[in-house]
Design a protein around this ligand. Structure first.
Ligand code: FES
Length: 106
C-alpha cells in the first residue's frame, strides 16, 4: 500500500492508503475529503479535483499532459505546483506523497 498525505487548508492532515493504479483523486474521495469534489469523475473536464503538490514532491511526478495543463488554467487560485488529482496515478514510488488542498475548495 502507498500512503498519501492530504493537508486541508486549515492544516488538518489526513493520511490515506492507496493501491497502485488508483488516481490520487480516487484516494481522496474514498477518504471522504470534501475539498476534492471530482464532479466529472476523473475525465479531466471539471477542475474540482485541483490540488497543490508539496514542492519537494512536484518534480517526482510525471508531468501534466496538455489537456490537464489546459484545464489548470481555469481553476481557482492556481500555483506552480498545481495539478489535477484525477490525472496522477498512484505508484509505489509515491509513498508519502504530500498533497495540499486549496482553500477555495473547502
Ligand atoms: Fe474532474 Fe479531475 S475530477 S478534472
Amino acid at each position: 500500500m502507498t500512503k498519501i498525505i492530504f493537508i486541508e487548508a486549515d492544516g488538518t492532515t489526513i493520511e490515506a492508503t492507496a493501491k497502485p493504479g488508483m488516481s490520487v483523486m480516487q484516494v481522496a474521495v474514498n477518504a471522504g475529503i470534501a475539498a476534492i469534489a471530482a464532479e466529472c469523475g476523473g475525465a479531466c473536464a471539471c477542475g474540482t479535483c485541483h490540488c497543490y503538490i508539496a514542492e519537494d514532491w512536484f518534480d517526482r511526478l510525471a508531468p501534466a499532459k496538455s489537456d490537464e495543463a489546459d484545464m489548470i488554467e481555469f481553476v481557482v487560485d492556481p500555483i506552480p505546483t498545481s495539478r489535477l488529482s484525477c490525472q496522477i496515478e498512484v505508484t509505489p514510488e509515491l509513498d508519502g506523497l504530500v498533497i495540499h488542498l486549496p482553500s477555495s475548495q473547502t
